[in-house]
Design a protein around this ligand. Structure first.
Ligand SMILES: Cc1ncc(COP(=O)(O)O)c(C=O)c1O
Length: 409
């Protein structure tokens, strides 16, 4: 065969050189082992889905307006759902929000993609938290963003460091998960939220708030979202993009997310969505609209919050008991994750990736934290999800983790 004949006809776009398949996906291949306790997923628990409520909502959607539920729809979203989502956010403090201030997206993941597509030119600087959601890192990189990182502690992103980075680099935008972030689990304090909005206004910097977990609080509601707080900080709404999702609270399979943004950005994002998937599934949108209109959400939220809170408490207690000084973490106040750091105390290993491999041999899986850093990874970090494991299995999984750590030395 000549070189020409053997050469592939596939010549990939240069931008793909900026991203690689995530280390986490590789790890997931090992999870098929029977009996394994998995803290690795980022999924809600399928056993908690309100199947009956969703079934009724879908039947109602097909009964009331089958033509609309099964036909092509507007790119911006199905109007009854936009109305319900605006009302849902208003119930959480967002003021003066019209249904036309948001578009429905295919999961909030698509909102993030549309943000990358509409805002990032190759070489543009974007600030993200360290650590942050892995798919966001990959998505913004795909569009050529140069990612800068702001550290996160138990109170969320460090606003002073953020100010310094903004003044120095004049980024295209800042991406934050202020409430129970993935993977940090952190809850940004009210004071920091105010300062972020003031900083955005003062420096005319766009801030993207990604908020798929805010409804999953345990004991007390978190401070208001940046969106809800924006009416207290004049001018801040014009600097703010807010992404929401029904994935973690209702069902990720519905693929219902949304995005609130300044009108000029929303118009361009809508245009790009038109070329991408035309619109989010009308059947899923009509189902979600019926579900919200039926008033089922408060009870669903109450139920999932209670169960996740119990599981989080079981994991926190087991980690303290079984791993003691070898591990350090801030107990989460909501969300699906414990974000932890191996301290290396008593000569124990502080290598998250090595422990993840060994842990699988011991019958427990988690995700090492390093891939969640857009730069300067901290190899001692781990993300442990308690969401899909019952309390007894959580305790068993943590015991196995302690054994793996013992063996790691
Ligand atoms: C922080 C964050 N943003 C966005 C998403 C995307 O969720 P979806 O596209 O299902 O709404 C996730 C899912 O894990 C997430 O953790």
């Amino acid at each position: 065969m000549t070189d020409q004949a053997s050469a592939s006809a596939v010549r990939l776009a240069e931008r793909l050189a900026n991203v690689e398949t995530s280390a986490i996906r590789e790890l997931f291949k090992l999870l098929g082992k029977p009996g394994i306790v998995s803290f690795a997923g980022g999924f809600p628990d399928a056993a908690l889905f309100d199947v009956e409520g969703i079934r009724e909502a879908m039947l109602a959607a097909l009964a009331t307006n089958p033509g609309a539920a099964l036909q092509y729809g507007a790119t911006e979203g199905f109007d009854p759902l936009r109305e319900q989502l605006a009302a849902f956010m208003a119930s959480k403090g967002a003021q003066a929000l019209a249904p036309t201030d948001l578009i429905v997206t295919t999961g909030s993941q698509q909102a993030l993609d549309l943000i990358g597509k509409t805002l990032v030119s190759p070489g543009d600087k974007v600030i993200v938290e360290a650590p942050t959601f892995l798919a966001t890192i990959q998505c913004f990189r795909l569009y050529g963003a140069e990612l800068l990182t702001v550290p996160v502690d138990g109170q969320g992103a460090d606003v002073e460091a953020l100010q310094h980075l903004i003044e120095l680099h004049r980024p295209k935008f800042v991406y934050l998960i202020p409430t129970f972030g993935n993977p940090s689990g952190a809850q940004m304090s009210l004071e920091r939220r105010r300062r972020v909005l003031e900083l955005a206004v003062r420096t005319r910097t766009l801030v993207v708030e990604d908020d798929p977990y805010g409804d999953l609080y345990f004991d007390a509601p978190p401070p208001p979202s940046l969106l809800a707080l924006s009416h207290e900080v004049p001018g801040s709404r014009a600097c703010l993009v807010h992404c929401g999702s029904l994935s973690k609270v209702l069902s990720p399979g519905l693929r219902i997310g949304w995005m609130v943004a300044p009108p000029e950005l929303l118009a361009k994002a809508t245009m790009c969505k038109q070329f991408s998937d035309a619109h989010t599934s009308t059947l899923a949108q009509a189902t979600a609209a019926q579900y919200l209109a039926a008033g089922r959400m408060p009870a669903t939220l109450q139920r999932v919050r209670r169960i996740y809170a119990q599981r989080a408490a079981a994991m926190v207690q087991a980690l303290r008991q079984e791993l003691g000084a070898a591990i350090d973490f801030v107990p989460p106040r909501g969300g699906l994750f414990v974000w932890a750091r191996l301290t290396g105390a008593n000569g124990r290993s502080a290598d998250g990736a090595a422990l993840a491999r060994l842990a699988i041999e011991h019958g427990v899986a988690f995700v090492p934290g390093a891939p969640f850093f857009a730069r300067d990874p901290d190899p001692a970090t781990l993300r442990l999800s308690f969401a899909t494991v019952d309390e007894e299995r959580i305790r068993e999984g943590v015991r196995r983790l302690a054994k793996a750590l013992e063996q790691a030395g």
